[in-house]
Each structure stands twice: as structure tokens, then as C-alpha cells.
Write a protein that binds this ligand. Structure first.
Ligand code: GNR
Ligand code: NI
Length: 158
């Protein structure tokens, strides 16, 4: 496994639309392994492939309940509203934003072998999934935030 470089805003790659994965090869498995290692190394709760310069529809997340890998993820149902949560992004260091997100989402994706599965998510995991899927479409929290502000002194170095 290897830690990959996380690209930073305003790198134009973050604005491109990622392509669906069609081949479930060792190359994809290596990407997923590297993305997990990169996410944990950076203390993030999620990471999308475009953040490591790969324009494929691949995300990883861990909001405290273990690693979740999703290939070609889609939101197939959503409910409720959640807002004013300080959202951050590993590609936008130093800034936070208040973003309105769905409180609950149902996701459909494929695993690393191409096997389809569905999953429900709420709270932080729902927020994270929406944030990561946005990355696959070239959307950043800056585009959706009602308010963007610098990270507070207390949080720095945490
Ligand atoms: O680490 C991250 N924390 C986070 C907090 C609130 C909402 C979304 C996130 S995702 C972010 C990691 C990241 O940039 N993923 O793309
Ligand atoms: Ni992000």
C-alpha cells in the first residue's frame, strides 16, 4: 500500500467529472487500498478518487464504524435536512463551511469485485457520503456552503 498525494483546491482536476468503473481489476484494488491508507494518514473520514488525481467513481469512508468502500456509488433515496454542521475537506485545508445535507440517504454501489449492494446512512455518514459523491461530480463544499469560515484556533493541530 502507499500514501498518495491529496490534490488541493483550486487544482482543476477537482472540477472534473469522474468516470464509472467498468473493470474490477487489481489496479482498482490497489487504488482502494491506497485511498484508505491516505485517508487514515490524513485523519479524514472520507476520500474520493479525484482527490488523489484519479477520475474514477470510487470513494472510501470511515466515520468510526469501520472502512466502507464504494465503487460507482449513487444516492437512490434521501430524507430530512441537516445543516450548520462544520464541514471540512482534505483538499481545502484551513476552511470550514456550513452545508445543508440530507439527514438520511440510501446508497447503491458496487464492492471491489463488482458485486452490487445497498446501504442506508444517517448523520455524519450520510453527510460524508454526499460530500464524497459531490467530489465525483466536481462539486466542492464551497459551492454548497451557506457560510465559509477559517478553521478555529482550537481545532488547529487537533
Ligand atoms: O475528513 C473529512 N471530514 C468531513 C467532515 C464533515 C463533512 C465531510 C467531511 S469529508 C472530509 C474528508 C474529505 O475531504 N473527503 O472528501
Ligand atoms: Ni472532500
Amino acid at each position: 500500500m502507499a500514501i498518495r498525494t491529496i490534490v488541493k483546491h483550486p487544482d482543476p482536476i477537482l472540477r472534473e467529472k469522474a468516470k464509472p468503473v467498468t473493470k474490477f481489476t487489481p489496479n482498482l484494488h490497489k487504488l482502494l487500498d491506497d485511498m484508505a491508507e491516505t485517508m487514515y494518514d490524513a485523519d479524514g473520514v472520507g476520500l474520493a478518487a479525484p482527490q488523489v488525481s484519479i477520475l474514477k467513481r470510487v470513494i472510501v469512508m470511515d466515520c468510526g464504524e469501520g472502512l466502507i468502500e464504494m465503487v460507482n456509488p449513487e444516492i437512490i433515496a434521501s430524507e430530512g435536512e441537516q445543516f450548520d454542521y462544520p464541514e471540512g475537506c482534505l483538499s481545502i485545508p484551513g476552511l470550514r463551511g456550513d452545508v445543508r445535507r440530507y439527514q438520511w440517504v440510501k446508497l447503491r454501489a458496487q464492492d471491489r469485485h463488482g458485486q452490487p449492494f445497498e446501504m442506508e446512512a444517517e448523520e455524519l455518514l450520510a453527510r460524508c457520503a454526499q460530500h464524497e459523491i459531490d467530489h465525483l461530480d466536481g462539486i466542492l463544499f464551497l459551492d454548497r456552503a451557506e457560510r465559509v469560515y477559517p478553521i478555529s484556533k482550537d481545532e488547529e493541530g487537533e
